[in-house]
Design a binder for this molecule. Structure first.
Ligand SMILES: [Zn+2]
Length: 340
């Protein structure tokens, strides 16, 4: 499909299979300049099952590739976690949350104190069951506080390999291949905007743009009030090993602007419950797709709701347009290319 619209397609095949024993790959559509000075990269599905919204935005773009200036490339990266998308999981073939996996030189070890405390509740060593999740979760929130718990649980951990939000023990195969791709193919860029699409955080049908705290003021001035810093106590939390770090590491000379576009779906505890039950089914059940735990997980990250889907396409399309305008502009006093 990318080729039909004048682009080039590249696939990074990973060593894992889908439910029909099919090969799995990260597919990358490249449009515009071969050695660009400026690039907009739109990626989807680092969290597997969250990929459906991102895919839809990417397909919408393929239907109508924007005009690009001669030094600019548009790069569409589909399904950074193809295993998770195929198997309806947030995590990859090794149960790794890939958006906690980019630690660079840091040690892949440790877990927040709060995570250790709630591990038996969060990750029961048994298949899915009705076990008063909401009641117990509410009690834990009252006991430890919502912000502490949210940060401790979802920010990433490196000690419970079958648990939720496990960041791995080393850089996983998909991220490693993607990192080489970015380092080689985008080495000419001077400015790059990355839009990484997620679902499951915020109010239903609305989007939040999560950014590094250092870039918050500048990005808010450009992209408006839906920009929020990814910090403890914010609408999300601080994430260890987040993917944005890959770009500053492998493209040290470029000004990198990273936005995680998060579309809200359902309330956080409903999502956590769905993640917990699917994880139990994966590790302590048959793990097949024909289980309510899989259907629920798909629903909480990609609601079967026309209005929601229309909002995603509209806001996704609008952000791409804004990002291209920003890319084409020249540096002003209100912002400077950040070369950290
Ligand atoms: Zn996500």
């Amino acid at each position: 499909m990318a080729e039909k619209t004048g682009g080039r397609l590249e696939s990074l095949v990973i060593d894992a299979k889908g439910p029909g024993n099919e090969d799995l790959s990260i597919d990358i559509g490249w449009f515009g300049a071969e050695n660009p000075r400026r690039a907009l990269l739109v990626s989807s599905g680092i969290h597997g099952v969250e990929c459906f919204a991102g895919s839809a935005i990417q397909l919408q773009l393929l239907d109508n590739i924007p005009q690009l200036s001669s030094n600019c490339a548009l790069v569409l990266v589909h399904a950074l976690n193809p295993f998770g998308m195929a198997w309806l999981r947030r995590f990859n073939e090794n149960n790794v949350d890939l958006n906690r996996n980019f630690l660079g030189d840091e040690n892949y070890a440790g877990a927040p104190e709060a995570y250790a405390k709630v591990d038996p509740f969060l990750n029961p060593r048994s298949g899915p069951s009705s076990d008063f999740f909401l009641l117990k979760a509410t009690w834990l929130v009252l006991r430890y506080g919502y912000t502490t718990l949210k940060q401790g649980v979802a920010g990433g951990q490196y000690e419970y390999p079958r648990g939720l939000f496990f960041g791995g023990k080393h850089l996983e195969q998909g991220p490693e291949k993607y990192q080489s791709f970015v380092g080689q193919r985008l080495s000419s860029v001077e400015r790059i905007v990355v839009v990484d699409i997620h679902t499951g955080l915020g109010r239903s049908g609305e989007d939040t743009l999560l950014v590094e705290p250092e870039q918050y003021a500048q990005l808010r001035a450009i992209f408006g009030a839906r920009v929020a810093p990814a910090v403890e106590g914010g609408p999300a939390y601080r994430v260890s090993g987040a993917m944005g770090r890959l770009f500053t590491r492998v493209l040290p000379k470029a000004g990198t602007w990273f936005l995680a576009q998060e579309f809200g779906t359902y309330p956080p505890l409903k999502i956590l419950h769905a993640l917990r039950e699917e994880n139990r089914w994966h590790h302590y059940g048959a793990g097949t797709l024909d289980h309510p735990a899989k259907r629920r997980l798909k629903e909480v990250f990609g609601p079967d709701d026309e209005r929601w889907r229309r909002a995603v396409l509209e806001r996704g399309g609008a952000l791409v347009k804004q990002a291209l305008e920003f890319l084409g502009s020249s540096p002003s006093e209100s912002w400077k290319d950040n070369k950290s």
